[in-house]
Design a binder for this molecule. Structure first.
Ligand code: BGC
Length: 929
């Protein structure tokens, strides 16, 4: 082809849409670089990574595009960088295919500075890309002595330990002349949930919620950086903050306790102004601030919020406001925590949901149905006279009489109250609470309800949705929807178990089983990087990992820690993130924590290498696990604990190998093999029976590679026999993620599909036949006879069983990865047909770019379209066919440009491809039943 040639836009869009234009017919697109990221974020403001790592993506329609070299340039002025002059750092042309997590190697970074950067690449054909668009990162306050602001709060009083109105704090200040740039650095204790709702000159600062975020507060406390240049003006200005109890001192945990982290609310804030004439100025939290109770008269995460609009202080954050009746603040001691910059995207409002139904309840309340179970709150629009109280109650489901079902909320009242100030339309959203709900029952509405009265506001960590999976079956599509909403509802700064009852904690086991699926649906790299920092931070000195992270549950003397399948999150999640994002630095950071957990568990297992004693959750919520007379699901906790320890030892061995810690790789490799031997002696018979002959026993033994090769088919056969005999699954939290994987890996994809497509209880689709819009905690949250499960443990928004999403992406969609080349540098495309599906398509924004696999059957023909991102390769498997039946873009495989290593592997055809778009057709292929 003679130089680049472009398709007209419409035609190109159509080609993309159809996904069917064979690669060679697509016009050559020039080599480009985009998607520039620093650590886990795009153009972050206020980071403290030193040195930061830089990533980018190559874009090219030419097949087999591989990066051969790159050049990075960094400057402190955008103009300099554009001209290529006065650079701070120029890497020069570096021969390398690395395009992810490349260290900045220029001069040491300084605080409060914006660094502009760009990159260009050369491919293996010698083509150069143009420079990327300019991106940036900005450092926060890198050194403790950059902080001159004091910690401020109210004067200590006996009431500090009681629920009390959220205070407002304010200060007026002068801006001397025209501002070139202004940054606000701020943190707080207790503000979490709602924010230190900050205002400057009567305008809210930023759109982040629940700042400063929930971390291991005594050790790590986040601060945020805001660009507030546009909010300042020369002359008189004022700044204000509202503080809420949040996770810090509100009710937290299932024991009805408050003040788990402390009693005092406190603020630390530093506004740094740079004038156009080069002078600088700081306004900080100090003794000059004033404080008063605000209109949030009560707020609690579980309980809800009461807001008395009559107590609003109109204009309280404007310069003109008179605060003479406010009290002076007290200066407080600094907490022991290290201040850290966020690495995860913040929590934001992510969706608005209008009501899909409104009706009167027998209770006299007006019921609004928002059509979707989710996490957040309701925005209320109301008109009425001052002092009128409107009460909003929230629930996930309705009972048989059509009223709110709230028994499963346990002690969480999740009730908001709004007291009107009168005089026109009033709009209320709470500040320091959130609820898990689909239905809102409103009492005391002074006006007729309409669809504008209540709007659902969904809040979540604002993670990019990176994965899509669509099939020809609508129930499966609803399952995928429910999994995504389960994630959206529970990834609220930390991965929580549920958003509604008096829990909402970072349960390690739940996060562990769901992490892989989570990384398909959304970009969770920064989210888990933050949380794993807290895992390491809250880990006990002996290596034991608490049940929940951050851990408000137990001090060092209690044993809310050290549980198989839960604490293993400390090992399994870093490894999963490494596989999904190729981030070796994550393994480096977590290695000590990973190893410490295995050492702790190894001590528990003793010289016999069987972990028996102590409390275990076991295969939590397996079918009938509360009924010991049911033989199908009671997997021994000794088997489970031993299997997880062996698996974690294996993963630590692999991690050590990646990190070049050879002695550890050998030692933990040996531990794994020894444990496998111990496991086999203790739990496996010569005929392949494992433990209690439960589905989970087989799933763990097979998934963790604990059986001798010769027993694998026998054990798999027994698993299949059990599934057939019972005609359903029996697994709980720990077995479920692996069940379908081990079936398909041992040649029983048909059985895996049968389980997945089953609509009757117990199954993944049963809740959908009962109207579920999120994942349920239990297989039978609502039983077939319409009664509810035990209200003590019956959440309708728990993502653990959604762990099946991982199997769905890998097998129905066909997108997987090669652990030897993580981050999808080498992917595996291998969609498996089954259950009468006629099409499916999966796409994933990998760190390298979009990977897609879309297939359909048409009569006897099977067609598969694949897109492989530049700078990566893929192995593609076409099941049950022969090489001579397969065409790529209409040509035989050996004649297709870009397809290599064509192999007949047993009944399957396996090929390798470089980047680009490919279109395979398989003639005369049988559709499995
Ligand atoms: C939580 C879980 C958690 C479990 C521990 C429950 O109360 O909601 O999902 O993993 O306790 O067994």
């Amino acid at each position: 082809m003679s130089g680049p040639m472009f398709l007209p836009d419409r035609q190109a869009a159509l080609a993309l849409l159809l996904g069917c234009l064979p690669g060679p017919l697509l016009a050559q697109r020039p080599l480009e670089v985009n998607g520039l990221r620093v650590e886990y974020l795009t153009n972050p403001v206020g980071i403290d990574a030193a040195p930061p790592r830089l990533s980018w993506r190559l874009e090219s329609t030419t097949r087999n595009t591989v990066q051969a070299a790159y050049q990075l340039q960094v400057a402190t002025s955008e103009a300099d960088l554009g001209r290529g002059t006065d650079l701070l750092w120029d890497s020069g042309k570096v021969s390398s295919d690395a395009s992810l997590y490349v260290d900045y190697r220029g001069p040491a970074l300084v605080s409060r500075t914006r660094y502009y950067w760009r990159v260009r690449v050369w491919d293996a054909r010698g083509r150069a890309s143009p420079w990327s668009a300019i991106a940036y990162w900005e450092t926060g306050l890198l050194r403790p002595d950059d902080w001159t602001a004091k910690w401020i709060g109210s004067v200590p009083s006996a009431a500090d330990s009681l629920p009390s109105p959220s205070p407002l704090l304010r200060r007026a200040f002068r801006v001397a002349s025209a501002v070139a740039a202004a940054r606000l650095y701020v943190t707080s204790l207790g503000l979490y949930l709602g924010l230190y709702e900050l205002q400057l000159n009567d305008r809210r600062v930023g759109d982040q919620l629940f700042t400063p975020g929930w971390t291991s507060y005594h050790r790590r406390l986040q601060y945020q950086t805001y660009d507030v240049t546009a909010l300042l003006r020369p002359g008189e200005n004022a700044i204000g903050a509202m503080l809420g109890d949040g996770w810090y001192r509100g009710y937290l945990g299932f024991n009805g306790q408050r003040n788990l982290y402390g009693r005092r609310l406190a603020l630390r804030l530093q506004l740094e102004i740079r004038y156009q004439d080069g002078r600088t100025e700081r306004v900080t939290s100090d003794a000059g601030w004033r404080i008063t109770p605000g209109p949030v008269v009560g707020s609690d995460i579980y309980g809800g919020e009461t807001y008395d609009a009559r107590r609003e202080r109109a204009g309280w954050s404007s310069a003109a406001y008179r605060d003479s009746d406010w009290a002076p603040v007290a200066l407080l001691d600094a907490p022991p925590a290290t201040l850290i910059a966020p690495v995860s995207p913040p929590v934001r409002r992510v969706r608005e949901l209008p009501p899909v139904g409104i009706r009167q309840l027998p209770s006299g309340e007006t019921l609004f149905d928002l059509g979707q179970n989710f996490t957040g709150w309701a925005r209320l629009k109301v008109r009425g006279s001052a002092g009128t109280t409107v009460t909003l109650r929230f629930a996930e489901v309705l009972d048989r009489t059509g009223n709110l079902y709230t028994a499963n909320l346990r002690n969480a009242k999740q009730t908001d109250r709004y007291i009107l100030k009168g005089g026109g339309e009033e709009i209320f959203e709470p500040h320091f609470t959130f609820h898990g709900f689909r239905y809102v029952a409103v009492q005391g509405l002074p006006q007729r309800a309409d669809t504008g009265t209540i709007t659902g506001i969904a809040v979540s960590s604002d993670l990019a949705q990176t994965g899509q999976l669509v099939t020809s079956d609508s129930l499966l599509n609803q399952l995928q929807h429910n999994i995504v909403w389960g994630q959206r509802s529970n990834f609220l700064d930390v991965p929580t178990d549920c958003p509604q009852r008096d829990e909402r904690l970072g349960w390690t086991g739940d996060a562990q089983v769901f992490a892989r699926t989570a990384a398909f649906n959304m970009d969770v790299s920064g989210f888990f990087a933050k949380w794993l920092g807290d895992v390491a931070s809250d880990q006990r000195s002996g290596g034991s990992v608490p049940w929940v992270i951050p851990n408000p549950l137990g001090g060092d003397s209690t044993d809310f820690a050290g549980t198989a399948g839960w604490s293993d999150a400390a090992v399994i999640i870093p490894w999963t993130m490494y596989l999904s994002y190729g981030d070796r630095g994550m393994l480096e950071r977590q290695y000590t924590s990973m190893r410490a957990w295995v050492e702790y568990a190894r001590r528990r297992a003793g010289s016999e290498l069987i972990w028996r004693p102590g409390w275990q959750f076991g295969d939590w919520l397996a079918l009938h696990s509360d009924d010991p007379s049911y033989p199908g699901a009671t997997t021994g906790t000794d088997l489970i604990a031993t299997a997880f320890l062996a698996h974690s030892a294996d993963l630590v061995a692999r991690t050590a190998a990646v990190l070049g810690r050879d002695a550890d790789a050998t030692a933990y490799g040996k531990l794994f093999r020894d444990m496998r031997g111990a496991f086999d002696r203790e739990f496996v018979s010569a005929t392949g029976r494992v433990g209690e002959n439960t589905q989970t026993a087989y799933a763990l033994a097979l998934a963790f590679d604990l059986l001798p090769d010769s027993l694998v088919p026998l054990a798999a056969g027994r698993l299949v026999q059990d599934v057939r005999a019972r005609a359903h699954l029996t697994t709980g939290f720990l077995g479920t993620p692996y069940l379908l994987h081990v079936l398909s890996a041992t040649g029983h994809t048909d059985v895996a599909y049968q389980l997945l497509m089953q609509r009757t209880y117990p199954s993944w689709l049963y809740p959908i036949t009962r109207g579920a819009t999120t994942m349920w905690e239990r297989w039978d949250g609502i039983r077939p006879d319409s009664s509810f499960e035990d209200p003590g443990m019956n959440s309708f928004n728990h993502y653990a069983f959604g762990a099946v999403g991982d199997w769905m992406y890998q097998n129905i969609g066909g997108i997987g990865l090669d652990p030897a080349e993580p981050g999808y540098r080498r992917s595996r495309i291998a969609p498996r047909r089954g259950a009468g599906l006629t099409s499916a398509s999966a796409s994933l924004e990998t760190p390298f770019g979009a990977l897609t696999s879309a297939w359909r059957t048409e009569g006897q023909q099977f067609a598969l379209n694949v897109t492989v991102p530049a700078n990566t390769a893929a192995e593609i498997t076409l099941w049950d066919t022969r090489v001579d039946r397969v065409r790529e873009s209409g040509t035989a495989l050996d004649a297709s440009a870009g397809v290599r290593n064509v192999k007949q592997r047993g009944n399957d055809v396996v090929v390798e491809v470089g980047s680009g778009r490919y279109s395979f057709t398989v003639a005369g292929s049988e559709t499995p039943p």
